[in-house]
Design a protein around this ligand. Structure first.
Ligand SMILES: *Cc1c(COP(=O)(O)O)cnc(C)c1O
Length: 356
């Protein structure tokens, strides 16, 4: 058989991988360490028994979008929901990127921004953050000179954990307005941070903010994400969205989750307290860290290579993300804040490795 060949530009691309290894302490993918409230799964089971499964679900996910909108004091028409925020990003790239257009990212940042851009045929412009991972005005200007139609920011940034300054985002949004470009702020970890670009969203600004139920809401398995943006933009995404892309289960999962805002906030508060405890403990070890506004911490062992430390943590059944060979992240590892016990196991194992 002469096998059909994938697109030339895909042939050279690698897929996105995050190893799923079976270990006792899994701190590598920034999920919530605890399941959603039991009352949520009970409510979901009950509501699912009432669904008309022979019928297509609500195509515009009205109740879900209304619920999300209420959280932020905006209209449902300012909310677009999709299968994880990765699909939100894909929809944006399909509509505003594509062949002949380009999207800018500032490395190091979330790998999926450039990956999904390439999959959609969008050229990637690689901006660089400074040595301490800040976004400098001169570098932003250099990137604008290449005329991107989309600029991605990530705040708090994955994998550094650092929050973008409001003034930095404001300046980029103002520049985008003059250039007919769109600014996408990925706030997958927004609930852990002190300020959000959602407060800047307006029908007169080319700005959208994406969020997800995967991290704070303990619902990574539900695959549900959304954006808050101008009404005209949300409308424009209809042309790239498949009919009924949000199934009935997912719509219910999201709607019901919104009944548990207080429980969600408790989890966020606990994780933030744990994050501060882990940061303080890391300060006693021979590692460099960066200030985190998220539920994970980037660190770099000073005297032993990141790869070696990663392996030795794995030997002790602790899995963290190995960023040691990622561009600009020489020797770095990223740990997701877990339960107090998981964090203790991580800190104990790390101290043992570094003090040997
Ligand atoms: C985890 C993560 C996402 C989440 O993607 P989902 O598809 O919603 O699970 C998006 N952006 C960043 C920066 C992330 O780290």
């Amino acid at each position: 058989m002469a096998r059909p060949r994938v697109r030339d530009d895909l042939e050279l691309m690698e897929g996105y991988h995050s190893p799923q290894v079976d270990v006792a302490v899994r701190l590598n993918t920034n999920e919530s360490p605890v399941p959603p409230p039991r009352a949520w799964s009970d409510a979901l089971a009950l509501e699912m028994s009432k669904v008309s499964w022979n019928r297509y679900p609500d195509r515009s996910a009205t109740a879900l979008r209304r619920g999300i909108a209420r959280q932020y004091g905006v209209e449902a028409s300012a909310v677009f929901a999709a299968n994880g925020s990765n699909e939100v990003l894909q929809a944006l790239l399909l509509a505003y990127g594509g062949p002949g257009r380009s999207a800018a990212v500032f490395e190091p940042t979330y790998a999926l921004h450039s990956h999904i851009a390439r999959v959609t045929g969008t050229r990637v412009i690689e901006g660089r953050r400074s040595a301490d991972f800040e976004l400098e005005a001169a570098e932003v200007d250099r990137v604008w000179a290449e005329s991107p139609t989309i600029v991605f920011l990530c705040s708090p940034n994955n994998p550094t954990g650092m929050l973008e300054d409001r003034s930095v985002v404001e300046r980029i949004v103002d520049q985008a307005s003059e250039r007919q470009a769109l600014v996408v702020v990925d706030e997958a970890y927004g609930q852990f941070a002190e300020w959000s670009a959602i407060e800047m969203v307006d029908d007169d600004r080319p700005l959208v903010v994406s969020r997800t139920f995967s991290k704070t809401w303990s619902l990574a398995a539900a695959r549900l994400g959304y954006l808050i943006g101008p009404e005209w933009l949300v409308e424009s995404l209809e042309s790239v969205t498949l009919p009924y892309h949000l199934d009935a289960t997912k719509q219910l999962a999201g709607e019901l989750a919104l009944r548990f805002v207080d429980e969600m906030q408790d989890r966020v508060d606990q994780l933030v307290a744990e994050r501060e405890r882990v940061v303080a403990a890391l300060a006693q070890l021979p590692v460099d860290t960066w200030p985190s506004a998220a539920n994970f911490i980037l660190f770099r062992p000073r005297s032993i290579g990141g790869d070696v430390v990663w392996e030795q943590l794995l030997d002790r059944s602790v899995l963290v993300r190995n960023c040691a060979s990622w561009p600009r992240l020489d020797g770095c590892l990223r740990m997701t804040v877990g339960t107090p016990d998981e964090n203790d196991a991580f800190l104990g194992a790390l101290a043992e490795i570094l003090n040997e």
